[in-house]
Design a protein around this ligand. Structure first.
Ligand code: CP
Length: 362
């Protein structure tokens, strides 16, 4: 019954969406601040550095009861909507809890079968309806570009625009995952000169995985990073990402085995097979060799880190979890704090947290 299929055609959207990205980006900023969070190309180095200082500050404030209660008061007068109509565990929960840490009241739709979309209401009209009630919309949607369309729609057509955060859009982007991934890399390499000059291996289904796409875009903010893409040839990274890397002078290599990238990598970023996108079971036989097992660990640098956006299946053996280089559970926890900082930056409470929050530090 019309689920995701009834798309409305708004005058001006086709023309806007055909513009190059640098011409579209200004619409999603306001008064020098990020407003809608849609793609990784929105984040520059100054933004990332500021976001991570704020993330660290929020974490420290939240360690005490008094600090946590103070954070709860910052946005207690505001409301957020989580519209997640594609499955999610950690992105949904980390955003929900980030909102609660900052005091937002939240509401959610996770299944359009329970909303008026079942009666044929378009997803666009659903989003406009949310904006009547809340101050922030966080959305995961199966359709590439839909988060941008709704952000454009609210900015151009609505008399009550609210910020939109893309929490995963089809096979396209997952920009807030990239924010927490880079935060994890930065913390991991804190005593070794940061991310500059590091070799990052990205492994698995690179063609259909949105996290590697968003993370690749963010690498433009760091000097002399080298990316090693390891995947079966049919699932290598897309041409658009390679063109982007070439345009930014970022060095990358394509490999067809996991073993070949392990000795050089400072970070090994494993990803899941995205077999929900299979048409004829094409994932079935390709991936056995793209699984990180205990015997691989001795081939890695002693200082390397192992990351994964999760959820995982067989691509990291559970025996790897005990290795001190396994960073993925910490990476998952980092998500809630970076998302707190991001929301705070959108709403302008970042300065208050940095100035007035000082008193809660121990
Ligand atoms: N990393 C990630 O997006 O996980 P979920 O699908 O569980 O949100």
């Amino acid at each position: 019954m019309g689920k995701y299929t009834f798309e409305q055609d708004f005058e001006g959207w086709k023309e806007f969406s055909a513009l190059p990205i640098h011409e579209r980006l200004p619409l999603f900023f306001r008064e020098g601040r990020i407003y809608d969070v849609l793609f990784s190309q929105q984040f520059d180095r100054a933004f990332l550095d500021a976001l991570y200082v704020l993330t660290n500050r929020i974490r420290r404030i939240a360690k005490s009861r008094e600090g946590m209660l103070w954070l709860h008061g910052l946005h207690a007068h505001q409301r957020a909507m989580l519209y997640f109509v594609q499955p999610s565990t950690r992105t949904f929960l980390s955003f929900l809890n980030a909102c609660h840490i900052l005091g937002f009241h939240t509401s959610e739709i996770r299944d359009p079968q329970t909303s008026s979309e079942i009666k044929g209401e378009s997803p666009e009209d659903s989003i406009r309806t949310f904006s009547s009630y809340v101050d922030l919309i966080i959305m995961r949607h199966p359709k590439e570009g839909f988060a941008e369309k709704t952000a454009w729609l609210l900015n151009v057509f609505s008399d009550r625009p609210v910020p939109v955060i893309n929490a995963g859009s089809g096979r396209d982007q997952h920009p807030t995952q990239a924010l927490l991934d880079v935060y994890t890399l930065q913390r991991s390499f804190e005593d070794r000169g940061g991310i500059d000059g590091k070799v990052i291996a990205m492994v698995g289904d690179l063609k259909r995985g949105r996290t590697v796409r968003s993370l690749s875009y963010l690498m433009k903010n760091y000097r002399e990073v080298r990316i090693l893409y390891a995947a079966p040839p049919a699932f290598q990274i897309g041409e658009d990402i390679k063109e982007f890397l070439c345009s930014q002078g970022i060095s990358f290599e394509e490999h067809d085995s996991l073993e070949s990238v392990l000795p050089e990598a400072d970070a090994v970023y494993m990803t899941r097979i995205q077999d929900e996108h299979d048409v004829q079971g094409e994932s079935q036989s390709e991936y056995a060799e793209f699984s990180l097992r205990r015997e691989h660990l001795e081939r890695m640098k002693p200082t390397a880190v192992i990351m994964h956006p999760l959820p995982r299946r067989g691509e990291i053996d559970v025996m790897v979890d005990k290795d001190p280089r396994a960073m993925y559970w910490r990476q998952e926890r980092n998500g809630m704090w970076t998302r707190c900082a991001l929301i705070s930056m959108i709403f302008g409470s970042d300065e208050t947290i940095l100035e007035e929050g000082e008193r809660f530090l121990r």
